[in-house]
Ligand binder design. Sequence first.
Ligand SMILES: Nc1ncnc2c1ncn2[C@@H]1O[C@H](COP(=O)(O)OP(=O)(O)OP(=O)(O)O)[C@@H](O)[C@H]1O
Ligand SMILES: [Mg+2]
Length: 247
Amino acid sequence: MLEITSLKKVYEDGTLAVDDLNLRVEAGETFVLLGANGAGKTSTIMLILGFTEPTSGTVTVKGVDVQKDPLAAKKLIAYVSENVTLYGNFTAKQNMEFFAKLSGRKDVTDDEYRAVFKRVGMADNAYQRRVSGFSKGMRQRLGIAIAILKNAELIVLDEPTSGLDPKGGFEFLEIIGGLRAENKAVFMSSHDIFRAKAIADRVGIMRSGRLLEVLDRQVLETRDLQQVYLESMAQIAAGATSANIDD
Ligand SMILES: Nc1ncnc2c1ncn2[C@@H]1O[C@H](COP(=O)(O)OP(=O)(O)OP(=O)(O)O)[C@@H](O)[C@H]1O
Ligand SMILES: [Mg+2]
């Protein structure tokens, strides 16, 4: 489904944000990219979406190159950003309608809107309310609803749980579980080791643009993810020190 090959991003100011990334995510698989601030998670997501141009390497979704054929690629991908962009003067329903139509879905019935709204844990009485009064968590849920409505095969989320309270975070796990059951591929970034472990089929640990480790379900069930994460960070820190001395 998603295939990332030898992907590298060096920004104009010389910052190396993504360094030789190779990764595949299959349909029905949830992949969580863990990493500290500045690790390169958002940069990776921008490259997957085709929003920024790689320095080298490729990203394809179902064989479609996101740089060469951006319009075809965009149809296959739904994106939920950290700060979901919504129209404050529109109601929740109107926002869903607007974005569903924008993504080419003109056939959505009121029942389907309501069902998706419910699926992301939104209360009925918020359906016809203006979004300007919504909390961050509500906006995030609505963003996920919009992504579900697009019915894309790959769903990309940048720190989707950052604004959610514990109950919201738990419900989010269920929503992602539902997407997996529909055979969607999910690629998300997170700082949250606990939720990553609960939700992911595989977890990647990124630091300084490099994917240090990829842990599958079996490893996640047998090893302490926090420990593995901290060890990866420590090893790389030690490596970086010796590299600096060699310089
Ligand atoms: N537009 C840009 N121009 C130059 N450098 C950038 C740009 N965007 C990001 N960077 C740098 O690239 C590196 C990776 O940043 P990125 O935002 O991808 O990390 P992140 O893992 O998403 O971090 P966070 O957890 O804080 O969201 C950082 O050093 C950052 O300062
Ligand atoms: Mg980020």
